[in-house]
Write a protein that binds this ligand. Structure first.
Ligand code: ADP
Length: 603
């Protein structure tokens, strides 16, 4: 179609899109009603004034003033009765005002005294018209046409000679000028109102986003604090439970202690899941890429899941492509978390049959793929997508006895997506499911990793042969924690190591001790009244005390990146509460140097 160069929207919707104009129409009409009311009051005052002057001067041409005064007062009454004018009533009010003004102009021009003169008053009103309302231009065009034609027809009856010809030419000309003016003024102010509302809307959206962000921050702070608060007493529960496990000779008590340990670990993993989810939701989850050996991740996973499967009499087959590059680069911890979650689910939701896992790597696309197949309860087709919703567990009645929160799959899928990957599921209800995980991982060393089972066997053999038993009678350790129970736990865990332990219940006490004694290692709690752990460390370093002593941050914050943050603050390492003895032992062996003996050295 040929372009005319005229935008039809200028006539129909004041240069906006139809929808845009409709959205701001109530605001435009409100403004029209206000302006019309002000004009109406002005008109009544002016009408009365002119009326009075005419009567004083003795003219009897008062018909036009009757029109304006009566019309104006009627409209004012209308306005006072319908206080809130909107929709069609607002239109009636505004157009009635325009009609009154034009009728005044007509009456003034056509009254007998003016019949022989070309009239200027009516054309003036035609030009003034656009100021009162902003409506769709075509409506005003139709009104102008109607009014102009009506006036001209009336002129035939009321006017004569040259006055008639002049009026016809003038009204035709000025109604066009008035109409053009109307388009210009109306379009411009309608667009101004549009942009003004847009800005206000943007402002509102920004404000809402700010409030939402604040609420989110409050939520994640709450979760971080909650996790902290729960972890602190958990440290005592798990630590003291370990005491019973190690020292009690009563088999029943030991059995109960085992159950406490397992429930404690479940509770900790739930807290970790909730924290992960809140981090993902607030966009704070960060991947921390490192070089890692996939075979070691697979070892850990087999160690953690194979036994559970065997306990349920399930066959457990793990097949790993030998050509997978030996060292990959990615977030090892999160990869482990995803695989562990899917494989644990397969074991959890399978009663008989087998779990088959196949892991491969595509060197062209750099995609690491794991297929986990089970012969378990399966998933109904309609549940397949819902499966990934948070806190959603399927078949609640059937799965009541299976531990879980319904968070694992949601977190795993989001983590996989952060690694440019996916988790897909195929399943036949009652027969079993296949979960396929893909994630993109960089290659750090492309030598094929070979048979991972050899590595697994070797690791298991080493573990059997060599279990570190730390002994460090010459070493000195300072434990700083405001919680007496936590100090008790550390002391107990290290009892057999014979390390000389000194304790402090605050940062200030720690400073005093460090001033006059030297220690081989300091375990420094973070959240303490008065001086925090970070502040205490700063004070130690500022005073040039214990410059070479490794200081390990002890904290119940399990937030991701916590380790990096503490190391950045100057700590040597980081231990999260509840303290796991193996981790504490590993760090002590690493940082005590010559003063640490492990059982194989001792024997
Ligand atoms: P949960 O902690 O409940 O296991 P997940 O998010 O890991 O939470 O899983 C959500 C739900 O998906 C589970 O409650 C279970 O109903 C279903 N599901 C997960 N894996 C399997 C599977 N391999 N076979 C059958 N159902 C499964």
């Amino acid at each position: 179609m040929k372009k005319t160069g005229i935008n039809i929207n200028l006539f129909l919707y004041c240069g906006l899109e139809k929808k845009e104009l409709e959205n701001i129409y109530p605001i435009i009409m409100e403004r029209n009603v206000q302006l019309a009311t002000k004009c109406n009051i002005g008109i009544i005052v002016l009408g009365l004034l002119l009326f009075g002057v005419n009567i004083l001067l003795g003219y009897d041409n008062t018909a036009a003033y009757w029109v304006i005064v009566v019309g104006g007062i009627t409209l004012l009454a209308f306005r006072m009765i319908f206080k809130k004018l909107n929709g069609i009533m607002a239109h009636v009010y505004c157009y009635a005002l325009i009609t009154t003004v034009l009728a005044f102009g007509m009456a003034l021009s056509l009254q007998p005294g003016n019949a022989n003169m070309p009239s200027t008053s009516f054309v003036v009103f035609l030009v003034l018209l656009p100021i009162v309302v902003n409506d769709k231009p075509y409506r005003m065009g139709l009104l102008m046409l109607f009014v102009t034609l009506t006036y001209q027809i009336l002129c035939f009856f009321c006017k004569t000679g040259e006055a008639l010809a002049a009026d016809i030419i003038n009204t035709a000309t000025f109604s066009i000028i008035g109409y053009v003016l109307y388009i210009l003024i109306s379009n411009r102010s309608v667009r101004e109102i549009f942009f003004w509302t847009q800005t206000a809307e943007n402002e509102r959206i920004r404000e809402e986003a700010r409030i939402a962000e604040e609420a989110n921050k409050a939520k994640s702070n709450f979760l971080a604090n909650m996790s902290h608060e729960i972890r602190t007493p958990m440290n005592a529960i798990i630590g003291l439970d370990e005491m019973i496990l190690r020292e009690s000779n009563d088999e029943t008590a030991k059995k109960y202690a085992e159950d406490i340990k397992s429930a404690g670990n479940t509770l900790l993993s739930i807290i970790n899941d909730i924290l992960d989810l809140s981090k993902i939701e607030t966009g704070k989850m960060e991947l921390i890429p490192v070089n890692y050996e996939l075979s070691s991740v697979i070892n850990d996973i087999v160690n953690m899941t194979e036994k559970k499967a065997e306990d349920k009499n399930l066959k457990f087959n793990m097949k790993v492509e030998e050509s997978i590059p030996s060292v990959l680069n990615g977030d090892e911890i999160r990869i482990r978390q995803i695989l562990l979650n899917i494989i644990n689910n397969a074991v959890k939701y399978t009663e008989k049959g087998s779990i088959d896992i196949y892991i491969s790597f595509d060197r062209v696309t750099s995609v690491l793929k794991a297929v986990v197949k089970d012969t378990g309860i399966g998933i109904k087709p309609e549940d397949k997508e819902r499966l990934f919703n948070s806190f959603l567990r399927l078949d609640e009645t059937r799965n009541r006895n299976i531990e879980g929160t319904g968070l694992g799959l949601n977190i795993s899928r989001q983590l996989a997506q952060m690694m440019d990957g996916t988790i897909e599921v195929e399943s036949e209800y009652g027969k079993g499911s296949v979960f396929t995980i893909t994630v993109v991982q960089k290659v750090a060393d492309d030598t094929p990793m070979g048979d991972y089972t050899k590595r697994l066997e070797k690791a298991r053999k080493e573990e059997k042969e060599y279990k570190p038993q730390l002994l460090a009678p010459d070493a000195t350790l300072l434990v700083v924690d405001d919680n007496d129970m936590n100090i008790k736990v550390v002391k107990f865990l290290l009892k057999k190591t014979k390390i000389k332990i000194t304790t402090a219940l605050s940062g200030t006490e720690c400073l005093e001790l460090v001033k006059s004694n030297s220690y081989d290692i300091i375990l420094l709690d973070q959240m303490m009244p008065g001086m925090s752990g970070v502040e205490t460390l700063k004070a130690i370093r500022d005073l040039k005390l214990a410059d070479d002593t490794p200081v390990i941050a002890l904290t119940a914050d399990a937030i991701s990146g916590a380790k990096e943050m503490y190391i950045e603050q100057g700590f040597t390492d980081y231990l999260s509460k509840p303290i796991i003895y193996e981790e504490l032992e590993k760090q002590l062996i690493e940082y005590l140097g010559d003063k640490a003996y492990v059982s194989s050295d001792v024997q």
